[in-house]
Design a protein around this ligand. Structure first.
Ligand SMILES: C[S@@+](CC[C@H](N)C(=O)[O-])C[C@H]1O[C@@H](n2cnc3c(N)ncnc32)[C@H](O)[C@@H]1O
Length: 274
């Protein structure tokens, strides 16, 4: 099942238009590997037939299936650890500054299947539950893919998924067994609002955020798209808020109004006064 050059060119342009994701010309094999199961499931003869169907349809489900198949959704609980440790160190001062307002907003942008926002919820419960008593805490979890977001909303994970990043004690405290899998407790779910949001298209109104986690998604965008997203993030962050990127992502060489700070084993970025 190979993809023909014109259909490959169409697919690259389509992905860029709908998600901002830039697919390298050499990634034909990746497209084939990822779209083969979608074509099969839809009963289509080959990948060319799938792309042809995509070209001639308003079927939002098909569009989402293709986008979801083409994206990397890799994630895990407390992925990379250091950003969560750094957040835990920044939160007490921030809470002291918000003492009157008593509202904390954290945005997990590109949350994939939900491990990141649930990790945030667990962190707040574990380390700050008494400090946050009486506060309005909002964790906004967004992703482009409805399929990934559906799984995030469901909040049910396999043995293997929970083994990635969770200690047995955390698992016992924040998960309940459900038909051979593990379901997140209501105490974590209740802090999270799930939204579909495409970072590269106009956003719905977002509340001013204290912290934003924009991790492991910028690397799929070209430089102008990265800059545009980061500039919008700066306007969404509170002036004393902080932004976290993925371990392999950086703002090096981009003059877009952030100052890089060194945290506990990772960097984070604060908006510059302009
Ligand atoms: C590798 S996952 C990152 C998950 C999590 N942030 C982490 O670091 O573990 C990348 C996610 O970005 C999402 N994504 C890709 N393009 C997007 C866009 N334009 N807007 C919003 N989300 C997007 C994908 O659907 C995918 O779930």
């Amino acid at each position: 099942m190979q993809i023909s050059p014109p259909q490959f060119a169409y697919l690259r342009a389509f992905l860029k238009r709908v998600s901002g994701v830039s697919l390298d010309e050499s990634k034909q094999y990746l497209v084939e590997a990822r779209l083969r199961p979608v074509a099969r499931q839809r009963g289509l003869a080959d990948i060319d037939a799938l792309v042809a169907a995509l070209r001639n349809t308003n079927d939002a489900q098909l569009v989402d299936e293709v986008i979801c198949a083409m994206m990397t959704h890799e994630t895990s609980f407390f992925r990379d650890k250091a950003p969560f440790e750094t957040l835990a160190r920044l939160i007490p001062d921030l809470l002291a500054r918000r003492g009157v307002m008593k509202q904390l907003v954290i945005w997990s942008a590109a949350c994939s299947t939900g491990q990141e926002p649930y990790s945030l919820a667990m962190l707040l419960h574990e380390r700050f539950s008494s400090l946050l008593s009486g506060w309005r805490v909002r964790i906004i979890a967004s992703d482009l893919s409805q399929i990934a977001l559906g799984r995030a909303r469901e909040g049910v994970y396999s043995e293997l998924e929970t083994a990635r990043g969770l200690s047995p004690a955390m698992k016992a405290k924040y998960f309940r067994p459900l038909q051979g899998r593990w379901s997140v407790t209501q105490s974590c779910r209740s802090l999270i609002e799930f939204r579909q949001l495409n970072l590269t298209q106009p956003w719905p109104t977002m509340p001013a955020c204290d912290f934003i986690l924009l991790r492991n998604v910028l690397l799929y965008f070209d430089v102008p798209t990265r800059i545009a997203v980061l500039e919008r993030m700066r306007r969404t962050l509170r002036p004393d808020g902080a932004l976290f990127l993925g371990g392999a992502e950086t703002m090096l060489g981009m003059d877009i109004g952030y100052e890089r700070k060194i945290g506990t084993g990772c960097s984070y970025y604060i908006p510059l006064k302009r």
